[in-house]
Design a protein around this ligand. Structure first.
Ligand code: NAP
Length: 256
């Protein structure tokens, strides 16, 4: 069974993606910063599904991190057939008042690491003429985001990048999918400083979101908007709503 490398596997959507892939007999390489969470997921998956689980503790916002992950797989002779670029975080507040370092760190993780990992692993996928990439973007990638301007913009990059390379890679037998969830109940809201807001109260579960993304990746779909209501809004309402109204609505939704 094919091996999946999953970033951000220590919690939330990434953890569920790892469980889903392992439950189908797939081996996994789990990447995140928190070693204890990765270790505990490793024993769970090894015991329950008898698959090979490798863990690599790494801060992906640091320079050279993606190459470290790639080199780890090469040293261990692990061929990655599915690359799941899922690690990411958001940050609430007016851009001008937020610490700039935090937004730069976000850009390094949400964009730079994803681009570098894709480029590195695609070299091997291109040679073997097969492979799948799943990028966890967000429905935020289709919207302007007052009070989370940098986060929304990073996800717009991921959506656009996914579309572009998915088309380029079609002749090589490689598919690229962007998973675009609405609010999901994970650690995300607390990391983003939005733990007291209403937005996540009725959020989707990490499992249902991961399953939709995993299935879309397996089918080779380009975009998967995992929330039905948002799917309708993005496809049919967004094109006709003027920006000024949209910006006001989103600012209100993001106010905590
Ligand atoms: N939850 C939502 O409402 C929502 C909606 C749309 C899209 N998303 C996207 O879904 C993805 C997964 O988020 P989640 O909701 O599952 O949130 P989460 O529970 O906070 O998980 C985030 C994962 O990313 C990892 N991570 C964070 N910073 C990292 C770093 N510097 N280096 C390596 N790994 C790092 C975390 O692990 P460590 O802390 O152990 O490093 C964790 O495993 C993100 O890309 C997020 O933007 C989430």
């Amino acid at each position: 069974m094919k091996t999946a490398l999953i970033t951000g596997a220590s919690s939330g959507i990434g953890k569920e993606l790892a469980r889903i892939h392992a439950s189908r007999g797939g081996n996994v390489v789990l990447v995140a910063r928190r070693g204890e969470e990765l270790e505990s997921l490793r024993s769970e998956l090894e015991n329950k599904y008898k698959v090979d689980v490798s863990i690599f503790q790494q801060d992906l916002s640091k320079q050279g991190a993606a190459k470290n992950v790639y080199d780890f797989c090469k040293e261990k002779n692990i061929e990655i057939e599915y690359l799941i670029n899922n690690a990411g975080f958001g940050g609430h507040g007016n851009f001008v008042d937020r610490p700039l370092e935090k937004d730069i760190e976000m850009i390094h993780l949400n964009i730079q690491a994803l681009v570098e990992l894709s480029h590195l692993f695609l070299q091997d996928m291109k040679k073997s003429k097969s492979g799948k990439i799943l990028n966890t973007a967000s429905s935020a990638g289709f919207l302007p985001g007052p009070l989370q301007a940098t986060y929304f913009a990073t996800k717009a990059f991921v959506v656009s990048f996914t579309k572009g390379i998915s088309h380029e890679l079609k002749p090589h037998g490689i598919t690229v999918t962007a998973l675009c969830p609405g609010p999901v109940k994970t650690e995300f809201e607390f990391v983003a400083g939005m733990g007291n807001g209403d937005m996540f109260k009725n959020g989707a579960t990490a499992y249902s979101t991961a399953l939709k993304g995993y299935n879309a990746m397996m089918k080779g779909k380009r975009i998967c908007i995992s929330d039905l209501g948002l799917n309708f809004m993005i496809k049919f309402l967004l094109p006709v709503i003027p920006d000024t109204i949209l910006l006001r609505v989103i600012q209100k939704m993001q106010t905590i």
